[in-house]
Write a protein that binds this ligand. Structure first.
Ligand SMILES: [Zn+2]
Length: 318
């Protein structure tokens, strides 16, 4: 009898300590961690890990394209008030400046792509755009432009989730085990997604696919495909007439039957090319933001990636 009472009392003490240390880290007024993320995949990955323990918001609203988004004064206030700030890195060229001016030494900052070996951008585009876009892109030591689109590889997405687990655990160690358990459940789904990409794209007839901007480099590399992008690492980079001619030529020679476009970017260039070579168009979604329509249909990262896989299988087996 006595032993069982002691055990209960120990459990109670342990729980109180957990609850108290949890509250100390939280400043949202709801007793939950206040987490600010940038664009959709960062929001989704963070929500999956945080579960019920955090209020998670995305700064960049549905329907907006993150490559050319800039924070308002209101957004800066949200960054300043956050317990944890989660960003991908590189896409959010404004983040470092925003964090520096937001102050607050207690905020935990998660750059989710940190620790992943980033690929360089495409050489031809470096020559064309290097000077105009110097400030927007992170460059490696030798001045090469780095590709930020790691979230589109289900394998690398798992590493981003791990970085988020570490950040949330640092800010709120009391819920460490829940963050680990939530992350493990989501990572299991990402592993299954990775497996279906691997088997689904293993025996496709065609390995080349034409995309609206160079967002699918990591995905292509992971599954042995070749991405042929119309625009560079940012979708707003308009292709030159020479670049258009080169892609049309490539598509003709390699019998490309589908030209992919995106949901958040004007598809006119993709449509022009598809008409020129008498190809179809279809959506390949770089998950840089949800549309209102995606939201209405309750589409999330896993659902959209599954649609991407189906679109690729269809295009590459024609
Ligand atoms: Zn992009």
């Amino acid at each position: 009898m006595k032993n069982s009472w002691m055990a209960k009392s120990l459990v109670f003490t342990a729980l109180s300590t957990l609850i108290l240390s949890g509250c100390a880290a939280q400043s949202s007024g709801t007793g939950k961690l206040n987490v600010v993320t940038t664009f959709y995949p960062m929001y989704e990955f963070t929500k999956q890990v945080a579960g019920e323990h955090a209020d998670v918001i995305a700064l960049i609203p549905a329907g907006s394209e993150p490559h050319d988004w800039e924070p308002s004064a209101k957004d800066m206030k949200k960054v300043s008030d956050a317990d944890v700030f989660v960003f991908n890195g590189i896409v959010e060229g404004w983040a470092e400046q925003a964090l520096a001016s937001a102050g607050n030494s207690k905020r935990v900052v998660v750059e989710a792509s940190q620790g992943i070996a980033l690929m360089e951008g495409l050489p031809e585009e470096e020559e064309e755009h290097k000077d105009e876009h110097k400030d927007e892109h992170k460059e490696s030591a030798d001045g090469k432009i780095l590709d930020p689109h790691v979230w589109l590889s289900p394998a690398l997405a798992q590493k981003e989730v791990e970085a988020i687990v570490a950040g949330l655990t640092q800010a709120d160690p009391a819920h460490k085990e829940d963050y680990r358990r939530n992350a493990d459940a989501f990572i299991a789904k990402l592993k299954a997604l990775d497996e279906s990409f691997r088997t689904g794209l293993n025996n496709v007839k065609q390995k080349d696919f034409v995309t609206q901007h160079a967002a699918f480099g990591y995905l292509a590399k992971e599954y042995g495909l070749t991405q042929v992008p119309i625009a560079g690492l940012s979708p707003e980079e308009e292709p030159s007439p020479a670049k258009m001619a080169e892609i049309i030529d490539f598509a003709k020679q390699n019998q490309v039957k589908t030209i992919f476009f995106e949901t958040l970017v004007d598809p006119k260039v993709a449509q022009t090319i598809s008409k020129e070579i008498n190809a179809k168009t279809d959506v390949l979604n770089p998950l840089e933001g949800l549309t209102d329509d995606d939201k209405k249909q309750n589409l999330d990262y896993l659902a959209i990636m599954t649609k991407n896989l189906e679109a690729l299988k269809k295009a590459l087996n024609e």
